[in-house]
Design a protein around this ligand. Structure first.
Ligand code: NAD
Ligand code: USQ
Length: 396
């Protein structure tokens, strides 16, 4: 297939581009490189040294013989160029990663809130409008998030997208299938909830074929293809805005920094290794909905863990100290999480779990590049509200 990977220079997009190119698909990356600019804004850099996207593509060609094309384009701001691109290239499938994805970054200030909403909602809507207008019929696979639900589970598993509800009417109870209610916990997660409505509308109105992957927190760094050459290495975020919890704990352990558990560490979250994430996208691409189908929703995760249990696991593995800090976020102190992921298991996903020893591999990556870590960028200082800001721990 000819596949457009929107956001293909990012943490999930780059290994997905390599994986799909390796399988013989014609891969075109579209990215505005905003993530690299945000590194500059924040004064941080990936733990791993990343080459330019053009250089990465050159090394991939040299290593595999396959070509990955790169197009510099802002999905949120360059609608006409995007539409022209769709008409010229007519992709068979589009994988959409191209959004501002850090909850703490989205809560830093009003400017960051506005940027995140403008960028994410416009990127998704421009993509949809350009597809509908150009008359092509690609399968759109969007990376959504488990976090649209806000983790307010009531002891029942979170289903894959839809809920059957019974509504009392004068003629007795009637059944209706609705999108599982969202309860986002950050401006970023809110934009992903809005994306769901955009997809629902255009699937019903224009027969848009969409798969929405509600992904958990991705951990790890390598995949089979990024290992093939030092310059194909994936990005790895560790800072207080973009670093996700397990990857942060692993680099903290590697540099002797106490593991930064927020509050009591009672939050339970869904996780998936980057290798499984790229495999799930391959599986989703192979199982496209038909025009007129409802949006297909998968829960893309393989296991759930409580944050303090993860800290204890990493501490046992590495001897790292654990520090319980005031929580910069507005979130429940404790939550349980049960998630259905039957659809990917049925399609043949064979999950990689934390117990498989991969944690040690990430610690090795972290130790190798530890000299690139700026300890002053480790604390998570982006506060959800002004009153929380006064309690946040800035001490590196
Ligand atoms: P990332 O920030 O590393 O990559 C996103 C890429 O999209 C970047 O290269 C960025 O430059 C590009 N981009 C952003 N806005 C754009 C625009 N307007 N036009 C063109 N390109 C644009 O993020 P990631 O970790 O790879 O996440 C990718 C997707 O997966 C996101 O949508 C995110 O919400 C979702 N997701 C990520 C995780 C995770 O743990 N990393 C978990 C669940 C879901
Ligand atoms: N946490 C800590 N210590 C830290 C960092 C985080 O205790 O040093 C806690 C947070 O308070 C939170 C949990 O760990 O309770 C998860 O935080 P995170 O930053 O790892 O994940 P999150 O903000 O939810 O966002 C990440 C990605 C996002 C994706 C989401 C999937 O950045 O793009 O959508 O994971 S999910 O969590 O399922 O919504």
């Amino acid at each position: 297939m000819k596949i457009a990977i929107l956001g293909g220079d990012g943490f999930c997009g780059w290994p997905t581009s390599l994986h799909l190119s390796n399988q013989g698909h014609k891969v075109h990356i579209i990215d505005n490189l905003s993530r690299r600019w945000i590194d500059t804004e924040l004064g941080v850099q990936s733990l791993t040294p990343m080459d330019s996207i053009q250089e990465r593509c050159r090394i991939w060609k040299q290593t595999s013989g396959e070509t990955i094309h790169f197009h510099l384009l802002d999905l949120a701001k360059e609608y006409e160029r995007l539409k022209a691109w769709m008409i010229e290239h007519k992709p068979d499938a589009i994988v959409h990663f191209a959004e501002q994805r850090a909850a703490p970054y989205s809560m830093k200030s009003d400017r960051h809130k506005v940027y995140t909403v403008n960028n994410n909602v416009n990127a998704t809507h421009n993509l949809i409008a350009s597809v509908v207008e150009s008359g092509i019929d690609p399968h759109i696979v969007h990376l959504g998030t488990m976090g649209v639900y806000g983790y307010s589970t009531i002891g029942a598993p979170i289903p894959e997208g839809y809920l059957d509800v019974s509504i009392d009417t004068p003629n007795g109870p009637k059944h209706q299938e609705i999108l599982y209610p969202t309860r986002p916990g950050s401006v970023y997660h809110m934009t992903k909830s809005l994306d769901q409505i955009l997809f629902q509308f255009y699937a019903q109105n224009d027969g848009l074929r969409v798969t929405d992957l509600h992904q958990g927190i991705v951990w790890g760094t390598h995949t089979d293809q990024t290992r093939r050459h030092e310059q194909l290495i994936n990005r790895f975020d560790y800072d207080g805005d973009y670093g996700t919890v397990l990857n942060r704990f692993l680099i903290q352990a590697a540099i002797g920094y106490p593991l930064t558990v927020h509050g009591t560490g009672g939050q339970t979250r869904a996780f998936i290794h980057i290798q499984d994430s790229v495999r799930c996208i391959e599986l989703a691409l192979s199982d496209a909905p038909k025009a007129g189908d409802r949006v297909k929703i998968f829960n893309q995760m393989t296991e759930t863990h409580r944050v303090r249990d993860l800290a204890e696991l990493v501490s046992k593995l590495t001897g790292a100290e654990i520090k319980y800090l005031p929580n910069p976020r507005k979130e429940a102190a404790e939550n349980d999480l049960i998630v259905d992921n039957d659809q990917f298991l049925a399609l043949g996903l064979n999950p990689t779990t934390l117990a498989d020893g991969l944690l040690e591999e990430v610690v090795e990556v972290a130790k190798k590049y530890a000299h690139r870590i700026d300890r002053s960028r480790v604390p998570a200082v982006s506060a959800w509200t002004k009153d929380i800001a006064g309690r946040v721990d800035h001490d590196p």
